[in-house]
Design a protein. Sequence first.
Length: 342
Amino acid sequence: MTDVISTDVVVIGAGPCGLFAIFELGLLDLKCHVIDILDRAGGQCAELYPEKPIYDIPALPTVTGAELTTRLMEQAKPFKPHYHFNQMVTSLEKRGDNDFVLTTDGALEFHCKVVVIAAGGGSFQPKKPPIPGIETYEGTSVFYSVKKMEALRGKDVLIVGGGDSALDWTNNLQPIAKSLTLVHRRDEFRAAPDSVKKMRELVEAGKMQLKIGQVTGLSGADGVLSAATLKGADGAVSEITTNALLPFFGLTMKLGPVADWGLNLTENLIAVDTEKFETSVPGIFAVGDINTYPGKLKLILSGFHEAALMAQQAFRYINPGERLLFQYTTSSTNLQKKLGVN
């Protein structure tokens, strides 16, 4: 059964530019629902370099991707955005003069007046490990993201990877799994030190296993896993009992379904104007790394500027003929009230 959701604006992408777009739209009383294929907000910042410092955000001499994401979500919080993670927009169509309908692979249907595409370089797609026959088990025993933790309760969970996603889910799923094993090709991890520390404490307490090596084969029947073959760092081969495999091998970026939405594209980027950051389809806007225009700079701060101008036009598109009063947050008691600071 498809859930139908109505809102003013749907923002596709919960990276920094998408999060700041929520803030700018909220100042103009436009309500947002946000869709992202990842299991958390932050886009590239959170997924690819959460602990690496960023040095070119105005007024923040240094900030990590994770911290920037947290700050942007806090800034947008007064406008009560609704986030829908682990969802990919599979179709976008225009109905009537100014109504859009979007559907996702998670059986959600959105009706809105404005669409903002803030999907970075496109949608993130999981990198699949080179394990023969893995496709047989995808969706039943092999999962590249966790949509519902409860679906893994009481299962023999095998997680493969050494980054933040692998360690975060190791620590989160261990309490509800029947058994949990983490496999990584070496005894060093790219994840946050605190996450690694928690994992090692679980191993020392006998609550989970850590195996160094690579999964080379799978066995089971009718799409249901029963075991995985592990080749250890020393070349020894062993079997691990599992009925739920979670490989976290990183992500690649693909334009995905966006390419089929009838927008003017230039080398897999969405062409926009520099007045409104509107695409070739009225009511659909694009901000951040996914758009292109003369002089474009792929910087987060450029995306913030684009989001501010986009919001002005989005208001006019949704409220034709209504006067838009430009206000400053420093002096407008109306805006300060919306932000909860007055």
